[in-house]
Write a protein that binds this ligand. Structure first.
Ligand code: ZN
Ligand code: ZN
Ligand code: ZN
Length: 322
C-alpha cells in the first residue's frame, strides 16, 4: 500500500496543504454518506475508496482522526431536510405548551409555576410568597420548601404534564415520518497528519517499499533486515538484501538506508561498503536522507555506490535504474 503512487500523492497533498488535514462533507449516496472531495479529486478515486484509504492510514498511525461534526438525516432518502414534531405520549396531541414546573416537597404536588399563586405584594414591591394549590401551605425557599423541576410540557388537549414528548421526524424530501430511534445520526471525521510518523514514512518506509518493489520486478529475491555472516566472520545487519541466481552465478545487492538531521556523512558510506564487501555483494545502493555530504558523495563515487535521496523516492514519478 505504501508504494501505491496514489498514497504517495496523498501524502504530498497533505504535507503541502495549509492546515495538513482533510475535511469531510456530508454527501449521501448508495454506498455511503461521507465524502473527502480533496482526496477524491487529487487522487482520482471514488468516495468509497478515499474513505477506506484514510481509515487504513489512520490505523497504521500516519493520520489522526478528529471529530468534525455530527449529522442527522432521513433513514430512507438521506435528506437532512427534516422537521421535528413533538407529541403528547398520552393522547398523541401536538398541542404542547412549554412550562416551568415546581414541586412542593411537603405534599409532592408537581405543577406549572403559574398554578402556585402568590398572595399580595410585600412592602417594597417584592412578590409575596407562593401558595401550594393542593395543600394551601406557604412556600418560601426554593431548595427547602419547593424544587424547580425545569421545563416540561402541558398537553393542551388532555392537560397531561409531559416530561419527554414523543419525537416524530418528518422528512420534507420523501414525506416519510419516523421515530427518534430510526433517525440516522452519524459522526463525520477529519484526518490530520501525524507528523512524526510521516517523517518516518518519507525517510524510511516509502523509499524502502519502492526499492524493494523495483528489485522484485527485476527478478531479485529481496529480504528485509537480514543478519548475514560475512567472510570475516562478523555478523552484519543489512537493511535490504537482494539476490538473483542464474545458473551457478549469484548476484547480490546490498541496500542501506541512512538518515540524519544534516546530510549523511562519509562514515555511513564506508560502513555500508565494508558490510557489502564482507558479504560478497556485487552492487551497493545507498538511500540517504537528506542526501549525502560532499565528502560522502565522493566516497560513494569512489566505491561505485548508487545513491538515492529519500525525497526523490517519495515522488511516484521517479524511475529507479539500478
Ligand atoms: Zn395529551
Ligand atoms: Zn402542597
Ligand atoms: Zn426522506
Amino acid at each position: 500500500m505504501l508504494n501505491d503512487p496514489r498514497v504517495v500523492r496523498l501524502f504530498e497533498v497533505l504535507t503541502t496543504s495549509e492546515n495538513a488535514r482533510v475535511e469531510p462533507v456530508f454527501a449521501p449516496r448508495a454506498d455511503g454518506w461521507v465524502s473527502y472531495p480533496e482526496v477524491e479529486e487529487q487522487l482520482g478515486v471514488d468516495a468509497a475508496y478515499a474513505a477506506r484509504l484514510l481509515e487504513d492510514l489512520c490505523r497504521l498511525g500516519y493520520l489522526r482522526r478528529e471529530f468534525h461534526e455530527s449529522v442527522q438525516f432521513c433513514p430512507v432518502c438521506n435528506s437532512q431536510d427534516l422537521k421535528l414534531v413533538c407529541r403528547c405520549h398520552k393522547c398523541g396531541s401536538r398541542y404542547l405548551v412549554r412550562k416551568r414546573v415546581l414541586e412542593h416537597k411537603a405534599c409532592g404536588l408537581c405543577a406549572p409555576e403559574e398554578e402556585f399563586e402568590r398572595e399580595g405584594t410585600r412592602p417594597g414591591g417584592d412578590a409575596g410568597p407562593r401558595f401550594c394549590p393542593k395543600c394551601r401551605s406557604e412556600m418560601t425557599l426554593v431548595g427547602a420548601d419547593y424544587e424547580d423541576r425545569g421545563t416540561r410540557y402541558r398537553c393542551g388537549d388532555c392537560t397531561e404534564l409531559v416530561e419527554e414528548p414523543v419525537e416524530e421526524w418528518h422528512c420534507r424530501s420523501c414525506r416519510r415520518v419516523f421515530g427518534k430511534a430510526m433517525l440516522r445520526y452519524e459522526t463525520l471525521h477529519r484526518y490530520a497528519v501525524n507528523k512524526a510518523q510521516l517523517a518516518r514514512l518519507r525517510v524510511e518506509r516509502i523509499p524502502k517499499a519502492r526499492v524493494r518493489d523495483f528489485l522484485t520486478r527485476e527478478g531479485y529475491e529481496v529480504q528485509e533486515t537480514v543478519h548475514a555472516v560475512g567472510r570475516s566472520g562478523a555478523e552484519h545487519e543489512i537493511d535490504l538484501l537482494a539476490t538473483k541466481r542464474s545458473g551457478p552465478l549469484e548476484h547480490r545487492i546490498v541496500v542501506g538506508f541512512a538518515s540524519d538531521e544534516k546530510p549523511v556523512e562519509s562514515e555511513e558510506v564506508i560502513k555500508l561498503y565494508a558490510k557489502a564487501y564482507d558479504v560478497n555483494a556485487q552492487d551497493i545502493i545507498m538511500v540517504a536522507s537528506p542526501g549525502l555530504s560532499d565528502d560522502a558523495r565522493s566516497f560513494a563515487g569512489h566505491y561505485h555506490i548508487r545513491v538515492f535521496d529519500s525525497e526523490q523516492l517519495n515522488r511516484a514519478d521517479v524511475e529507479l535504474n539500478v
